[in-house]
Design a protein around this ligand. Structure first.
Ligand code: ARG
Length: 565
């Protein structure tokens, strides 16, 4: 796309050989008030260099520039040279870019050759995949897509919680009270029930805890029975999780969870020993982090078993060796801030300078609106149920709005699940938020259904007009409302980069709402199907580029853009 600022620099540079391109670039301002132009060049600092009054310098520059096709006006006001971008040139620049790039509009190659690992979702095996897991899952998926779009070579990892003493407990509970058929039929609730029962019974019968520890030790030592049961728990759980991932349209490149590192821990511990990092404390091995104002990192328990943190350290080292990442990103709740600070520090103390490339992307809590979904003690809200309810409710709304829609089933899924994703990604990730059905499924608010509906409306206009939109357009016919839409559309590339820089999908979400709102204003103010065929085509082209930008933006959130709603 034409970079108008760079053009301004070029023009100025050709008139002032005394200044470098960079110096000119630095000096250019974007006036807050459009009356002063789109770009302004102040001449105050040049008085010394040219031995002239700043006003005079500005006037001389303007006289020297004369006419230019990209700028409708270059004028001198006091000590400023003000540049006014020509509307038709601007519209042409933006629209040609979108029409050429289509699904790639807004993308970039800045990430080429750089590997970025994005770890997200990472639920615990044999535990419910509940509404709380939606955050890591959806935020992580969007961050991955944003990096993809910028040309990075991404790897998505689901660091499943599939290891640890709780599996000893599960094995004991299953051996005592479990029923294979029941687990097969209804895996997660049954396993959860067994787990809870073990805790209750252990109050009366403490040796159950010892038994559980023993079984986890057996698992670590590759005992066949322990291994078989553990693998089975893992398989049935994963099957459940996969259903939810399928509904959300999310895939992972790797499911290397905690267990994957079970045989990689001894070398890691050895390397800590070599560096003299480990201290003994009550029979356990710790890394003292007092000098960094943190509690010690417990690396190995007195019975020799390893911990969550040990596995995270082993995983990071493995990832560096295996992927040689540029960045290694963890999308994990802010409750685990300390955990990540601790082990990032341990990695650094081990002498790994890439510790700085490990990044924790925290997020706040999601809570549920009371009354609508009760969180009564013990009753967890399964994410799958939330998604199903979103689809069903959407289906009911659509039955009223447009009952004849072809494949209404499929569209209800795209809109219902999209609504949940969109709401999830609407707030800055670090904020706690309350899940609200009203807000999520509203077709008019700043919601998923609203932007998808705007997209579908644009598609319907293009279908009705049935005109081939090409780049041969009378750009000069476009008026201010159209230009306002294009101004927003032009920003897309910058928005995506900003979202990556801050690892903040909500920047994209809010931007899509801006595009939709600007488009709807244009749509209400400018009749599109008109007598003047040239004008009609120009306006249809605006519809087309707005539609494309919304679609691309939604894609970055992990949403689809149905063509009919
Ligand atoms: N399984 C953990 C949990 O549910 C989250 C894992 C986060 N990732 C990590 N590398 N520690 O709390």
């Amino acid at each position: 796309m034409i970079n108008f600022k760079a053009e301004v620099v070029q023009i100025l540079s050709s008139k002032m050989e005394e200044l470098t391109i960079d110096e000119i670039m630095e000096m250019i301002e974007m006036p807050p008030d459009r009356q002063m132009g789109d770009y302004a060049f102040p001449c105050f600092k040049l008085a010394k260099l040219f031995r002239k009054a700043p006003n005079m310098i500005a006037k001389d520059i303007v006289d020297a520039i004369g006419e230019n096709t990209l700028f409708s006006k270059v004028e001198n006001k006091a000590a400023y040279v003000n540049f006014f971008v020509d509307s038709a040139a601007f519209a042409k620049a933006v629209m040609e870019e979108v029409l050429e790039q289509k699904d790639a509009y807004g993308s970039s190659t800045i990430g080429e050759g750089k590997k970025v690992i994005v770890e997200y979702s990472s639920p615990n095996i044999a535990k419910p995949f509940h509404i709380g897991h939606i955050r890591s899952t959806v935020i992580g998926n969007s961050i991955k897509k944003i990096y993809d779009f910028l040309g990075y070579d991404t790897v998505s990892i689901n660091h499943l919680g599939d290891y640890g003493t709780q599996f000893g407990k599960l094995i004991v509970a299953f051996k005592r009270w479990g029923d294979e058929k029941e687990v097969e039929a209804n895996p997660i609730p049954t396993l959860l029930k067994l787990y809870v029962k073990l805790h209750e019974e252990a109050e009366k019968e403490p040796q159950l805890e010892d038994e559980a520890r023993m079984w986890f030790k057996k698992l670590e030592d590759q005992d066949p029975e322990a291994l078989r049961l553990w693998k089975w728990f893992r398989d049935v759980s994963l099957k459940e999780f996969s259903r939810v991932y399928g509904m959300l349209n999310i895939e992972f490149d790797s499911y290397a969870g905690e267990s994957f590192y079970s045989d990689k821990m001894p070398t890691v511990i050895e390397s800590m020993q070599e560096k003299n990092l480990l201290k003994e404390s009550k029979g356990a091995d710790i890394v003292d982090l007092e000098a960094y104002n943190m509690p010690p990192a417990l690396i190995r328990k007195s019975d020799g078993s390893t911990l969550y943190i040990t596995r995270d350290i082993a995983a990071a080292i493995y990832r560096k060796e295996h992927y040689d990442f540029y960045k290694n990103i963890y999308v994990v709740a802010s409750q685990q801030n300390l955990h990540f600070q601790q082990w990032f520090k341990v990695i650094e103390l081990m002498g790994h300078d890439w510790a700085k490339d490990c990044i924790h992307i925290p997020f706040g809590l999601v809570s549920l609106e009371e009354g609508i979904m009760s969180t009564r003690k013990g009753r967890v809200v399964f994410l799958e149920d939330v998604l199903k309810k979103a689809v069903n409710t959407t289906r009911e709304i659509m039955d009223q709005k447009n009952a004849n829609l072809e494949n209404i089933e499929e569209v209800a899924k795209q809109v219902g699940i999209g609504a949940v994703i969109f709401q999830e990604l609407s707030n800055s990730r670090i904020k706690d938020y309350t899940f609200s059905w009203d807000r999520t499924l509203n077709f008019d608010g700043e919601t998923g259904p609203y932007v998808q509906y705007t997209h579908a409306r644009a598609c319907s206009l293009l279908r009705k007009a049935d005109v081939e939109v090409d780049k041969n357009i009378a750009y000069k016919l476009l008026d201010e409302t159209a230009l306002k839409v294009l101004k927003v559309i032009e920003q897309f590339g910058n928005v995506v980069k900003e979202a990556a820089k801050k690892n903040e999908p909500s920047i994209v979400t809010r931007y899509i709402v801006d595009v939709a709102q600007a488009f709807n204003r244009f749509y209400n103010e400018s009749p599109i199907i008109v007598e003047d065929k040239e004008l009609q085509k120009a306006r249809l082209a605006v519809v087309c580029v707005a539609k494309q930008t919304i679609k691309n933006g939604l894609g970055l959130l992990g949403m689809t853009a149905p063509e009919k709603m």
